[in-house]
Design a protein around this ligand. Sequence first.
Ligand code: GLY
Length: 562
Amino acid sequence: MMRILLLLFVFINVVACNEWELDEVGVITEEAMVVSAHPLASAVGAQIMEQGGNAVDAAIAVEFALAVVYPDAGNIGGGGFMIIRMDDGRIDALDYREEAPAAASRDMYLDENGEVIEGLSVSGHLAAGVPGTVDGMVRAHEKYGTLPWEELVEPAVRLAAQGFPLTEKEAEKLNEHQEDFLEYNTVPPDFVLKDEWEEGDTLVLEDMARTLALIRDKGRAGFYEGPTAALIVEEMERGGGIISKEDLAGYRSIWREPITGTFGDYRVISMPPPSSGGIALIQLLAITEDYPLDQWGWHSIPSAHLMIEAERRVYADRAAHLGDPAYYDVPVQGLLNINYIKSRMASFSPEEATDSDEVSAGDPAPYEGPNTTHYSIVDSEGNAVSATTTLNSTFGSKVFVDGAGFLLNNEMNDFSVKPGYPNQYGLVGGEANAIEPGKRMLSSMTPTILEKEGELYMVVGSPGGSTIITSVYQTILNVIVHDFPMQGAVNAPRFHHQWKPDGVLSEWRAFSLGEYIKLWLMGHRVVPKPGTIGRVDAILVRPDGRLEGGADPRGDDMAIGF
Ligand code: GLY
C-alpha cells in the first residue's frame, strides 16, 4: 500500500503538476500596471489609465469588468475591501463588505434542535448578505476618482452587451456548476443557455448589461433603488430570501483607517476588521521577523515548521477575537502589541508540532475604545490600489437576480452560524462573529500594500477563503526574505495551516517527498491538496522604478500595462 502511495506521489509530482519557476521574472512595464484574474479586465484597467485615469479610476473599471468576465467571484452582488495608497503617502481603506439583512438572526441556520441545517448558509437565497460592491465603487470614485463615472462603468456595459469569449477555465467552471444554477434558481439564468460551454464560445449577458447601464447612468441609485432593487426584492420573495428594500436603501460602505505594521525595513498597510486579514498578516510577519528564514532557506523544514506554528497561533486568535468592530469590541491594539505577539510563541518547540487542542486564543490587552478575486494596480503617478472582492464561494449563492442578470453572494456563511461549528473553509468562530442584523461577517481578505523607506514597494493580495492570509504572507516572504522576483514569488507552491482543523494543506510541489516525511515525523499532518491554494496577483516596484507583475499561473490572470 505504502509503495502505491509513494508511486502515486511521484507520478503526480513529476508528471501531472505544472511546474512554475521560482526565478521567473514577470511582465515589466515602465509606468503603470494592472494585474487581475482575467485578461479582459486587466486590459480595461490599463485602457482607463491610458485615457488619463488614476489607479482608483482603473480599479472601479476593473471591478465592474470582472463582474462580467469573471462571474465566479467578480461581482455587483457581493462585496470587498480596497486599500489605497496615493503617491503623496496618504493611505486609506474602503470596506464594502456585505452585511446581514435586518431580518437576519443569530440562529437562522439552525433547526428546532439547535443543529446546523447543512448548506442553508452556503447556497440559495438565504445565504446572501446585502451587497456592497456598487456603493463601494461610488464612494471610491467620490473621494479619489478623476475621470467621469460613466466612462468607468461603460467598458463593463459593453462587455456584457456585446459578449466576450470564454477562456477554457471559465467554460469548464460554468459546465461544472450547471446543476447548481438549475437547482437554486426559479428562472434559468443565461449561464445555462448551453449544456456544454467550450473555450471561445461567446457569452452575452443582456440583463447584466441593462443593470450595469442603470449603474452607469444613475450611480448608487441604479442598484440600491428603482428597478434593480425591485428585482432583488422580487427574487428574494420568490426564493425565500430576506433582503428587503430597506436593507438595500440603507447599505453604506465605510472608510476605515488601515492596519499598519512593520516587517524589517518595510511598512505593511492592510485591511482592518471586519477583515481579519491585516491583523493576522502583521502578527505572522512580526513572529517571523525573529527567525533567520533567509539562512534556513525557502520551505526548508525549520522555515516551514516555524511558519506553520505561527499560523496555528494566529488563527486561534482570529477565531476568538475578530468580528465586525461595530458589534464586537475587537482588541486591535492588544492583538498588534509586539510583546503580546512574541508571547504567543512561548510554547513553540523547534523540534515538534504543537497540538492545536493545546493552543487556544491568547489574552491580548482588552479593547481600548471605541471564491473571491484580487487585483493590484499602480498608475503612472505611483498611486496604488490593492482590492479583493468576492461572492464568497465560486458563483456565490448560485442565485441570479432574475431580470437583472447578476449573481448574489453567499457571504452569510462567513459568520459563525453556531459557536465552534466550522464554515465552508473549516474556520470556527464564536461570539465575536455571531450573526446580528446589520453586522458585517468576518473576512480573511487581505488586500495589502508595502512601502520600503517611505516609497511604494509592493501591491499584493489573493482569493482563497481562509488561505488568503497565508498566501499573501508567503508571497511577501518569497520576495523579501528569499529574494524571488515577483512572478517567481507568485508561482511558488504554497501551504496553509489555520489552527483548526489541525492539519497542513499543501500544494503538491510545496515540499519534496523527504520533507513531507520529516514534517509528519515532527507531528505536522501535512496533506497535499488536489488543486491549488490562493491565486495571488501582485506588483513589485523594482529598484529602477519599473514595475514587475506577478500574475498567478493557477488561473487566467494577466499583467497588462505600459
Ligand atoms: N468570503 C471569504 C472571505 O471574506 O474571507
